[in-house]
Ligand binder design. Sequence first.
Ligand code: SF4
Length: 413
Amino acid sequence: MTANQEIDSILQRGADGGRITPEEALLLYTDAPFHALGEAADAVRRRRHPDGIVTYLIDRNINYTNVCVTACKFCAFYRAPKHSEGWSHPMEEILHRCGEAVDLGATQVMLQGGHHPDYGVDYYETLFSSVKQAYPQLAIHSIGPSEILHMAKVSGVSIEEAVLRIKAAGLDSIAGAGAEMLPDRPRKAIAPLKESGARWLEVMAVAHRNGLSSTATMMMGTGETNAERIEHIRMIRDVQDLAVANGYTDSAVEAEGSVGGFRAFIPWTYQAENNHLKGRTQATTLEYLRFIAVSRLFFDNVSHLQASWLTTGKDVGQLALHLGVDDLGSIMLEENVISSAGARHRSNLHELIWMIRTAGRIPAQRDTLYRHLAVHTTPADDPTDDRVVSHFSSTAMPGGGAGRTELPLVDVS
Ligand code: SF4
């Protein structure tokens, strides 16, 4: 209980699974006492996931090119076309990295890249079908609405045609990447050449109705207001309402009757290095944790909430497990995009499991669709592979490149 009856009543409704309005979410974000807010959010987690399980994933983020025409101000990863540091990996290198990931127990790859001026739908069809053919056991949870809009434009086809073609080629799930801030003002301020938030959501809605589920992200800390943060999640919740109302499912789990659309929400914090924004604004740890809790209460129609230990650090990631989070995300065998901007937190399989267990939860490895692959009820159930560590080959890290000094690249000039 708090000293404010209005806040008490909203917290209680949210904890019980009732819907809270954007205005109420903003009031909670700015004024609710921290412990009461966290307790209400954790009540939602306990109701949604009464088994006490917190999940993690083994995957690898593989970047096919850093060449991009969109020049987002917060991005440290991209290089403009013809820049001397621009690169694209040939297919053999991408497949080589997928093979390494499989050897380390990965169940998913996230193929991400810049908006290369020459990459239309056919490039992505080849990319996904090649990976699927070589490693059918890997789920391809990749690209985002921005890449889909870009490839559709390059190829001169509709969003729907692009989605259907890349799905047929092997794409299993769309990553929530590129959401950053969806409301117009903050989006234009940090990514003036990117599609609008409305277009980002339109692509997701097309994918959802065609049986491709996805995640949704948010990047905090580039000068957006509290109200704009809440507006971002309001926009996502409205699109998820469509998925629920229309009974959209993911094609892969239709038989299990699970709801499609957005499977998870993943807020993360802007990283300050090597980009045009230069870290003039950043989200504080408390802002992040309060937003995690508010998100859990606000999203009455999204199953999972993921902590971003890569950007906030492992202690904060673990603390988030007490504020409604039920997933620690990936071990990230490789990550170059956010790492380029300064996110240097690393972990390993044992540590991720330890973080979950010492938070009083039961660790479980999951797949892309959040199905449990191995539940580690006691330490005797824990996996023992010491090789499963973060960034074992990130090019953004010193000594990266999968142990090789030279990365094979194709000429993009
Ligand atoms: S965030 Fe993506 S779209 Fe924006 S500049 Fe970086 S690579 Fe390009």
